[in-house]
Design a protein around this ligand. Structure first.
Ligand SMILES: Nc1ncnc2c1ncn2[C@@H]1O[C@H](COP(=O)(O)OP(=O)(O)OP(=O)(O)O)[C@@H](O)[C@H]1O
Length: 259
């Protein structure tokens, strides 16, 4: 991976939550261009809340979120749509569009008020179709697709949006193991080859350990962040679940059920 030193996302002393209800606090991490980062943690710990906060869908409670060195809240929605794309699990509103039409929506921040596509827009759409193996499906309606195919379309749309940061909420939900690995490898290629910074929530801890450059563990306390090997060495995965049920095996990077 060719690394640049520039931080795309810098999070310092961040608290997230709803009104007076704090869900997580003291979150700190930095992400450079070209990094794939998974956010893991038990159900209800605040993964989606963090993603929504970073995506600007809900206000932070306190702390700093810098996107390309600018505070997130300083961005206008037009400026933000050129720096940040978000892929959520459920997007039923646009399912009547064809694959190509949905991906073309990713170019909206760049088109004029008529939505006319330039040669560059068309090129970006074609590259996204190619990267996510969607050429044969380009004229299919999105409601005709399998979950795995639809997930590839949603990520391809984010790629067409051509932002420095891409946020995804549980991109592997409902997928079989092969298609979980496929989408994560495609995200990894997008991060490494196109120097995109990609942050996603997941319950696939073992796959995240194998494929991510960084992992953020939301644990309700210190929220360890780092290289997966470093997190294993520091025994952070050992404490993720109550040890009477499952135990983390550092040698294989996997969880074993206590029988
Ligand atoms: N709109 C809301 N208002 C108040 N509390 C909320 C709201 N949405 C979620 N919560 C609470 O915030 C906490 C964190 O929820 P969140 O969905 O971020 O967790 P998560 O880690 O993504 O969980 P999961 O792994 O189950 O998807 C939960 O206790 C949840 O009940």
């Amino acid at each position: 991976m060719v690394k640049t030193e520039k931080n795309i996302l810098s999070i310092a002393d961040l608290s997230i939550g709803y009104g007076s209800k704090t869900i997580a606090q003291n979150i700190n991490f930095d992400l450079e261009a070209g990094m794939l980062c998974g956010i893991v943690g038990i159900n209800g710990i605040g993964k989606s809340t963090l993603l929504r906060t970073l995506g600007g869908f809900q206000a932070k409670l306190s702390g700093t979120i810098l996107l390309n060195d600018e505070p997130l809240e300083k961005y206008t929605s037009t400026a933000l749509s050129k720096e940040l794309s978000v892929v959520l699990t459920e997007q039923p509103a646009s399912k009547n569009l064809t694959v190509q039409e949905l991906i073309a929506l990713g170019r909206q921040p760049y088109t004029n008020w008529l939505g006319t596509l330039t040669q560059e827009d068309k090129q970006q759409i074609q590259t996204s179709l190619d990267s996510f193996l969607l050429n044969d499906l380009r004229n299919n309606k999105c409601h005709e697709l399998s979950d795995g195919q639809l997930q590839r379309v949603l990520v391809a749309r984010a790629m067409a949006q051509d932002t420095s940061l891409i946020l995804l909420d549980e991109p592997t939900t409902h997928l079989d193991l092969y298609h979980k690995v496929q989408i994560l490898k495609m995200l990894q290629a997008l991060a490494h080859d196109k120097q995109k910074t990609i942050l996603f929530t997941t319950h696939e801890i073992e796959l995240a350990i194998q494929l991510c450059d960084r992992i953020l563990i939301l644990d309700g306390k210190n929220h360890p962040f780092g290289d997966p090997c470093q997190l294993i060495e520091e025994k952070h995965f050992d404490k993720l679940f109550p040890s009477e049920m499952v135990q983390f095996d550092a040698k294989t990077g996997s969880f074993k059920v206590n029988k």
